[in-house]
Design a protein around this ligand. Structure first.
Ligand code: AMP
Ligand code: MG
Length: 267
């Protein structure tokens, strides 16, 4: 699959309307699910190697509008990995302590250590998204953050972290259906948040904020991918492909055995 098609070229203008939310890359659902399951098994092996080698750090950032599929992506793409080496950090409305610090403080504390994969379910990007849309700080303040974020991510990369960023792109119609399901289906009621309706009214403001985020913070060292996410099975396939492809590119190897164990027989 041509993965570069979904990567946002650094410095290029972005028009989200040009990215088809319903794209399926010419895959049929069943084939895609089979392939995803093969990739997930490969991811399991790669993650074990990453953990054993204890050298690389991997940070996966997921951003999306409400109902965009952040939780489902994490559940499906990482279903086979060993929870020991994989962490999920979810960023909610900052606490009193968090808001008393700079906005990267809570984020930096959650970045992966050697041998770990950390998935950010929302991230420091909320500080140029919800914060911008709701005017939680003045435009001069959020406007400076794109450069801070690029510098912060460049530092992480230069210190040995691989950074992958996914924007899950759904249509406004798809969001309506997913919100309606959360009302109509009892086992989804818990996910329904009345506040999401107010956020939905700000759809175009959010799309504008996502657009600037993609334009200003897709860098060579930490690129954004726009994932067509109306079809969950294609979203899962594409993210699995990109994660596996990236880990395979890390050129990892098993650590050398302890000296002297060659031929050792346990009594
Ligand atoms: P959820 O992911 O549905 O549990 O919702 C988490 C909520 O926290 C969302 O409404 C986010 O917009 C909000 N949130 C996350 N980070 C920030 C932030 N830095 N400032 C304000 N709100 C935030
Ligand atoms: Mg929510």
């Amino acid at each position: 699959m041509k993965l570069s098609k979904y990567r946002v070229e650094p410095g290029r203008g972005v028009s989200l309307g040009d990215w088809d939310t319903h794209d399926n890359g010419d895959w049929e659902r069943q084939e895609a699910e089979e392939r995803t399951s093969v990739l997930n098994a490969r991811l399991e092996g790669l993650q074990e190697l990453l953990y054993a080698e204890h050298r690389h750090k991997v940070l996966i950032v997921i951003q999306a509008t409400d109902t965009g599929g952040k939780d489902g992506t994490i559940r499906h793409v990482f279903d086979k990995v060993n929870p020991q080496g994989v962490h999920v950090a979810s960023f909610k409305k900052p606490t009193h302590t968090e808001i008393a610090h700079d906005y990267l403080w809570r984020v930096h504390a959650k970045t992966p250590g050697a041998g770990e994969i950390t998935i950010f379910n929302r991230s420091h990007y909320e500080d140029v998204l919800v914060v911008r849309v709701h005017g939680l700080v003045d435009p001069l303040t959020w406007g400076r953050r794109y450069e801070h974020i690029n510098d912060f991510e460049r530092m992480l990369v230069e210190e040995g972290t691989t950074v992958l960023k996914f924007f899950l792109h759904i249509s406004k119609d798809e969001q309506r259906e997913r919100l309606q399901d959360r009302i109509d289906e009892p086992d989804k009621n818990w996910k329904f948040d009345l506040g999401d309706l107010g956020e939905r009214e700000l759809w175009s403001e959010y799309q504008a904020a996502f657009t600037t985020m993609l334009e200003r913070t897709s860098t060579k060292q930490a690129p954004w991918h726009v994932i067509p996410a109306d079809r969950k099975w294609f979203r899962n396939l594409l993210i699995s492909e990109i994660v596996v492809d990236t880990l395979e590119g890390l050129d990892m190897s098993w650590p050398d055995p302890e000296p002297g164990i060659d031929g050792l027989v346990i009594e």
